[in-house]
Design a protein around this ligand. Structure first.
Ligand code: KG4
Ligand code: ZN
Length: 347
């Protein structure tokens, strides 16, 4: 029985782990050594198939994963210059994400772990986004502050020396990436919304008034639904009155309202906690405006900024391998009853 093998698995510092990610529209596989070194990272995307529907269609994503997962994995193994027998474990995203999409990766990883008789390591996609930082700074160790800016989550987190998370605050409603996607739709931009807003915003000016971004007395609680409503109301009013308006100015004004507050709060958390390192993770961390703003603010305050390259901010399997390694070291192995979960807790 596979479950009888679990207590016999040895944990190695320089473990070579295969990581698999299939939570949304990217089918990704990567090989990571010692939790920090990327031997290969493959990403196949079904993004183009979803454009005409204005967002990810879960069933199309699941079918695309089924076709792509073997290709992504075989390429990752080949490009890493290893064979399957060199693997010390298989890490896989079990949630959060689209259930049907996750199940493809989970089932594939289970089959590999069973047939190779190696550990199966379940990984939270959200923690994976934050673990991307370990891949771009090989000396990075907690404590530090992490800013999570993704399609499903927005939070400011203290990562303590034992790697545990203390969530200082997060969004009360929409996540920041979700608000980019929704506002993109209002402005008639194609999916994926985030990069398209960023592109349009480069041609505009921050001149359209936007609402205050903090809920209640501030702290670390964000609210993005008011911002989305403000954009909808502005656009509808202009259109009903038949007045000209600049979509680029709306995009630029929305982008700075949505992102200035994140940078401000992340830096405030560094000051308050005394932690001198800030890491950033999630798809929105690929945004050029946010990257420049954080780079400038951190330089001003002598905070070390660990900002993963854009390709490690959007969905990939290397980040799953980085987080998977931390879980592997803790022997957080699963048996073959592992299932997919649409939601997972941040902590
Ligand atoms: O972090 P992610 O994979 O979502 C979750 O795991 O929940 O990131 C996807 C989100 C989408 O909302 C997308 O619009 C946003 O990241 N995004 C961006 C950019 N690139 C991706 N938002 C703003 N600017 C970008 N360049
Ligand atoms: Zn993601």
């Amino acid at each position: 029985m596979y479950s009888d093998l679990i207590p016999t698995f040895r944990v190695k510092n320089d473990a070579v782990l295969l990581a698999i990610e299939s939570s949304c529209d990217e089918t990704a596989a990567a090989v990571i050594k010692g939790g920090r070194e990327i031997l290969s990272s493959e990403i196949l995307s079904s993004c183009k198939e979803h454009i005409r529907f204005g967002g990810v269609v879960p069933e199309i994503a699941s079918r695309a994963h089924t076709s792509a997962i073997s290709i992504a994995t075989e390429n990752a193994i080949r490009k890493a210059g290893i064979t399957l027998s060199d693997l010390d474990g298989v890490c896989v995203t079990y949630g959060a994400g689209l259930l049907g999409a996750l199940l493809v990766g989970v089932s594939y990883a289970k089959t590999l772990a069973y047939s190779l008789k190696i550990p199966l390591v379940p990984v939270s996609h959200i923690r994976g986004h934050l673990a991307a930082a370990y891949l771009c700074d090989k000396t990075l160790e907690p404590p530090f502050v992490s800013l999570l800016a993704s399609g499903g989550h927005t939070a400011v987190i203290l990562v303590d020396p034992d790697y545990s998370f203390r969530v200082l605050g997060g969004t009360m409603d929409d996540a920041v990436g979700e608000s980019f996607d929704k506002v993109a739709r209002v402005l008639g931009l194609e999916y994926p919304g985030g990069p398209n807003i960023e592109r349009l915003a480069r041609e505009g000016k921050n001149v359209v008034p936007m609402p205050k971004m903090l809920k209640g007395n501030g702290g670390y609680s964000f609210s993005y639904s008011g911002l989305k409503t403000a954009v909808i109301n502005y656009v509808h009013k202009k259109e009903q009155a038949g007045e000209e308006y600049s979509k680029a100015d709306v995009a630029a004004s929305f982008q700075s309202a949505a992102l200035d507050i994140l940078a401000e709060k992340a830096l405030e958390a560094c000051e308050e906690s005394g932690y001198r390192i800030l890491t950033v993770g999630g798809g929105v961390a690929a945004n050029g405006y946010l990257r420049e703003l954080l780079t400038k603010k951190c330089a001003d305050k002598s905070i070390k900024l660990v900002l993963p390259p854009k390709i490690l901010c959007t969905d990939n399997a290397a980040m799953i391998g980085a987080e998977g390694y931390l879980q592997y070291k803790k022997r957080n192995f699963s048996d073959l009853s592992l299932n997919a979960q649409a939601r997972v807790d941040l902590g």
